[in-house]
Design a protein around this ligand. Structure first.
Ligand SMILES: [Zn+2]
Length: 113
């Protein structure tokens, strides 16, 4: 679970206006837009339906690479490793992502080693 997700959960737990929505069985959080998608990870812009506070929410935490300042999303790294251990390669994973109409995310450096 990403830090952003925890921040949204913490907010709605303590937001009095959101609590009233829960009691009346109404939605508490609304997705306003998808700001960016990289592979299986997205950055969403969400709103508390109670107090109208807005939050940026990354659907997957970022992992810091030891050699560079690039931070890959956890879900994308797991997909790459899953592809490797099942005997598939970068091309196969890219083909699967294209079939799902999802943007490619396989960084070349992962398959170089
Ligand atoms: Zn709120």
């Amino acid at each position: 679970m990403s830090r952003d997700t925890l921040d949204v959960i913490k907010h709605v737990v303590f937001c009095e206006a959101a609590k009233q929505l829960v009691i009346t069985d109404n939605p508490v959080v609304k997705i306003l837009s998808e700001l960016r998608t990289q592979g299986l990870a997205s950055v969403l812009f969400v709103c508390c339906c109670g107090c109208k506070n807005n939050f940026k929410l990354e659907t997957s935490p970022r992992l810091m690479n030891m050699d560079t300042s690039t931070a890959y999303n956890d879900i994308n790294v797991r997909a790459v490793w899953g592809s490797i251990v099942t005997g598939n390669g970068a091309s196969h994973l890219k083909e699967v992502m294209a079939t799902m109409d999802a943007p490619s995310f396989v960084p070349a450096c992962i398959y170089e080693n």
